[in-house]
Design a protein around this ligand. Structure first.
Ligand code: GLC
Length: 521
């Protein structure tokens, strides 16, 4: 196992071979009894993550925040919100994670701050404020917003009228999340310093929230086609200059910090440009596959589209099925555990860096959150943010049974402790897949070739220097047969049967899905 203090292997930088595990800190584990998860709760479960075999944890924002958007509204980029703990605990968490060879990635929110951030409070105080141009202000008519852009998480315009200074300010998300103006060099410098603050404390990288939005189109023109949110449209050339400046800061540090951008452009060709010439983002999410069904035609098409977009420019792909903004994938795919298992095989064997969302290794579906308990400003994302059930007791390893959100269904049996006791569980399947990835050069760094497969099936080969791994995922409800040449051994079969270890796999019949390995000669 590579220690985070060691440099990357000659094979590849660490972020190419790592599996990153997203933690939504509010929902991971509470140790104080306030019903909200905290840093100590994360520390308490690092052993579980080490056992599972993840290489890095990404923490959704833990900075000081009024929590209107649960941390994605930052009031101080250089401190920990007291609900989660403090800087001393954070340093301990980093040290404890590193001791287990787990890297720590923070969630950096560069596009907007909280309206409670001192920068905005100052900017808003007067039209003559020295910080006025840190945000996007427009004077005008209080009844007519400056353009037709709409906010993404709240109803109505992306502009709020400020009575005191008789001006509009821009917020692509809620009115409590004013957009910073990155064309102002002072803003850019201040934000780059916030990266240094955490890099100095030893963090290993950043997930960069909606980072494609930090450059706005000149003159803020109306959205063509009428009013609507613009967060999946903005894609300005000026963003690349900012990304190069960000990359230079990361390269000042010996820990080889990684950046992964939440580039919410639903086109892999546009996403690929955010890697620049290996001088912008290290990685970027490609969400297009996540937005489709569990369907072989869809996946064959999107895998090929990603290859066509990323490979020619040497951009390392990423794969993700669930996160804190989307209905969990098991639920999206209809709730079947069989599909969730096959999806784990898919996610952990494609070429690229996989991102897991805490709880998917337990096969969780969303919690049912009654209307009067909703917490999300958008009212849509609470279900996937439910607390992680750690054991089968009434509090599931938390301090109480009523937390900021209800537990997901079946938590009495579907929890980390129960699934750990069952070697056939989905949790063990994730662990075996992660072990196999670590042990297999083709899976870590090999090339990938999609194979012609029967209807309903996606199959591909990963290979490097003659070592080969074959992956077959049957996305249909029917058994499918798949002819392969040569003798292969099954390394992992996603079916719930006990570990199949190695058994000959002649002329493969992929009733479900599996990973097969060509034995060494
Ligand atoms: C990103 C985050 C989301 C947040 C939004 C505004 O899309 O993933 O949770 O609400 O940005 O910061």
């Amino acid at each position: 196992m590579t220690s985070p203090t060691e440099r990357s292997t000659p094979d590849a930088p660490w972020w190419k071979t790592a599996t990153v595990y997203q933690i939504y800190p509010r929902s991971f584990c509470d140790t104080t009894g306030n019903g909200v998860g905290d840093l100590a709760g994360i520390m308490a479960h690092l052993d579980h993550l080490e056992w599972l075999g993840v290489d890095a944890i990404w923490l959704s924002p833990v900075f000081t925040s009024p929590m209107v958007d649960h941390g994605y509204d930052v009031a101080d980029y250089c401190d920990i919100d007291p609900i989660f703990g403090d800087l001393e605990q954070f340093d301990r968490l980093v040290a404890e994670a590193h001791r287990r060879s787990i890297r720590v990635v923070l969630d950096w929110v560069p596009n907007h701050t909280s309206d409670q951030h001192p920068w905005f409070v100052e900017s808003r105080s007067s039209v003559d404020s020295p910080s006025r141009d840190w945000y996007v202000w427009r004077e005008g008519d209080p009844n007519t917003p400056p353009n037709n852009w709409e906010a993404a998480l709240s109803q109505g315009p992306a502009w709020t009228w400020d009575e005191a200074t008789a001006s509009w300010y821009l917020h692509l998300f809620t009115p409590n999340q004013p957009d910073l103006d990155w064309s102002n060099g002072a803003v850019r410098d201040a934000m780059l310093d916030t990266l240094r603050f955490w890099l100095d404390r030893g963090v290993d990288g950043f997930r960069m929230d909606v980072v494609h939005l930090i450059a706005k189109p000149d003159g803020l023109p109306d959205r063509p086609g009428g009013p609507g949110p613009v967060i999946i449209d903005i894609d300005e050339p000026a963003v690349h200059d900012h990304l190069r400046a960000i990359r230079s800061v990361l390269e000042e540090y010996p820990q080889e910090p990684m950046s992964v951008g939440e580039v919410y452009l639903l086109d892999p060709n546009r996403v690929a440009t955010y890697y620049g010439d290996q001088d912008e983002l290290h990685l970027s999410f490609n969400f297009i596959a996540l937005h489709g069904p569990w369907d072989a035609e869809h996946w064959n098409r999107e895998i090929r589209a990603a290859q066509d977009a990323f490979d020619p420019v040497d951009a390392w792909p990423t794969w993700v099925l669930s996160n804190h903004d989307q209905t969990r994938h098991r639920q999206r795919y209809g709730g079947s555990e069989r599909i969730a298992r096959a999806a784990a095989v898919l996610l952990l064997t494609l070429r690229g860096t996989p991102f897991l969302y805490a709880g998917e290794e337990l096969g969780l579906v969303d919690a049912d959150v009654p209307r009067d308990q909703q917490q999300d400003p958008q009212g849509r994302r609470d279900g996937c943010r439910a607390p992680i059930p750690w054991d089968g007791t009434s509090t599931h390893g938390w301090q109480r049974s009523d937390n900021w959100l209800p537990f997901p269904p079946e938590s009495t049996v579907r929890n980390a402790a129960s699934l750990r006791d069952d070697p056939t569980s989905i949790l063990h399947l994730y662990r075996r897949l992660l072990q196999l990835r670590r042990a297999s050069r083709p899976l870590r760094v090999g090339g990938m070739e999609l194979l012609d497969a029967p209807a309903g099936v996606v199959a591909w080969e990963r290979s490097v220097n003659g070592e080969r791994v074959l992956v077959i995922v049957n996305m249909s409800d029917d058994p499918a047969s798949f002819d392969v040449v040569g003798e292969w051994n099954v390394a992992i079969d996603s079916s719930p049967a006990a570990d199949v270890a190695t058994r000959p796999y002649d002329g493969i019949v992929a009733a479900q899905s599996g990973v097969v390995v060509m034995p060494a000669i």
